[in-house]
Write a protein that binds this ligand. Structure first.
Ligand code: 9UX
Length: 72
C-alpha cells in the first residue's frame, strides 16, 4: 500500500533542516518518498504504513531532534 502522511515538524528553523529531516526518514524500511515543506513546517511522507508506521516516522524524527505530529 502507498499511504501518505502529512506531519507537522517543530524546529525546522534553518534550511539545513530540510536535509536532516529527509535523511531521518528516507532510508526507513517502507518509506517511498519524502517531501519537506520548509515554509509550512511540514513533511509529506509516502510510505507503506504496514512497514513504516506513522509512529515509526515520528520516532525517527525525534531521534533526529525534531518533535512532530500528524498535521490536522
Ligand atoms: Mo540549522 Mo536545523 O543549524 O536542526 S539544521 S536549525
Amino acid at each position: 500500500p502507498h499511504d501518505e502522511t502529512l506531519l507537522k515538524v517543530d524546529g525546522m528553523t534553518c534550511r539545513s533542516c530540510i536535509r536532516h529531516v529527509n535523511d531521518a526518514l528516507r532510508d526507513l524500511d517502507g518509506v517511498q518518498d519524502v517531501n519537506v515543506w520548509f515554509d509550512r513546517g511540514q513533511v509529506l511522507v509516502k510510505h507503506d504504513a504496514a512497514t513504516a508506521k506513522v509512529s515509526a516516522l515520528i520516532d525517527a524524527l525525534r531521534d533526529a531532534g525534531y518533535d512532530s505530529a500528524p498535521a490536522a
